[in-house]
Design a protein around this ligand. Sequence first.
Ligand code: F6P
Length: 542
Amino acid sequence: MNIHPDTPAWQALAAHYNSIKDSTLADLFAADPQRAKKFSLEFEDLLLDFSKNRITAETMRLLFRLAEESSLRQSIDAMFSGQCINETEGRAVLHTALRNRSNQPVYVNGQDVMPAVKAVLQRMSAFAERVRAGAWTGYTGKPIRNIVNIGIGGSDLGPRMASEALKPFSLPGMRVFYVSNIDSFHLADTLSGLSPEETLFVIASKTFTTQETMTNARSARQWLLTAFASKEAIARHCVAVSTNSEAVAAFGIEAENMFEFWDWVGGRYSLCSAIGLPLLLQIGPDHFLAMLEGFHAMDQHFRSAKLEQNLPVILALLGIWYNNFFEAQTQAILPYNQSLQRFPAYLQQVDMESNGKSVSKSGQRITWQTGPIVWGEPGSNSQHSFFQLLHQGTKLIPADFIGFCRSQTPLGDHHRKLMANFVAQTEALAFGKSTAAVRAENPGISDSLAAHKTFLGNRPTNTLLADELTPRTLGMLIALYEHKIFTQGVLWQIYSFDQWGVQLGKVLADKVLQDLNEPLSVLPTGHDDSSCAIIQRLKERS
Ligand code: F6P
């Protein structure tokens, strides 16, 4: 166990863990025919079945007590009401205001931010309508057919994931691409098939200083200048999304071509801000608004539902149960849906950049475990790669299975087969296959081979099942995980909305770049021996 040392709720859970850690899911299900019903909740069409977890009613009672004892309610209110909860950066945390579909004001420093939020959304929608209708044309008068978003991290992963997830809602003929990596292959490969006349760049960066994005943006601008031999073309082919209007202007993008957001929107929580522009261009304002409605519905649920019926809270508590008591190191995210293929990568940033912390809010190095390693791939592909380890490996890997009753693209019996696998895997993980069952199927089998064919089971999963992947469902699903992560941060007593851990590498990269720019005869200094040798080798061989 790796738990908070002091508080009564953690201690009560520790004692409880010792009493039930050896119970099996098979025993728990056998003891209670109502178990699935007892440990399932619905929100709109979204079902969360968490019965295949190594928990009892007492586990949940104690976990809820932990949430109460951690003043979760007050923390939720503090976030939604615009208090400065991102203390190390001195900022409020108000991604929920971006999708506030009620008429309620939201105040930051005494000022209602909703008029500005609505105004930007209005501008984005009007712009998207023009581009989609062919009224906004490129420099030579041709309609825009290709959107290329240049951004990284939160300015890439969210819209990129959602663009993939909501492809069936796209305007036919409008293609959206995402360039993030500073590796020139990414930009070159993306642009190789595109006509500059029909291409619009969205340069997306909260700070507008990120090395990767600014380098790609400058190369994209050069690509346009080469094609059109005119600076005026830039205004027709580049728009910016940022909080930094000065840097945008310095880059040469007109104020009217900039869509702003605010410092109280964290990069990884920014999909509903102007960062969602490429998605809006792809799926149009109505679908984008439907997505915001889904986010808002889950926000309201998180804010108002009792802890015992609160989906994000329950996911968070179960995660803590495995992370801090069973000492699970990772959390698998397994969407049984090809169009959610980027969802695990997206959640990696939201979760690991938020809760990958080891200093408490009071500035002490902490002794308990915080954020898990988040990973995953869509099923059923993943069954044919890493599921072996999930079933028979030595590690305990809690997994979220995410699926839908109906396909976005119905075709024969594909979906039924996909979902048969979806159910079969959670069943196999939970209940395994005993050696006795192996023997019954294979009379005379050796002890050794029977051992290899035995599945111990008892591997926990959550099932998240919605009717269909729509913009609204996607919004609900994302907000579900955002609030799960927030809840865990509160219980671990860490700040979830800063990311100081990314700074050091950025600073060192600037120093290394200076060294790489030196002539061969100037040997690198100021680094360790290994790094100096690698820098010199790069200079010699590039
Ligand atoms: O390096 C991490 C990070 O700061 C993320 O938090 C952020 O989403 C990403 O870089 C991109 O930042 P920006 O939008 O300012 O370019």
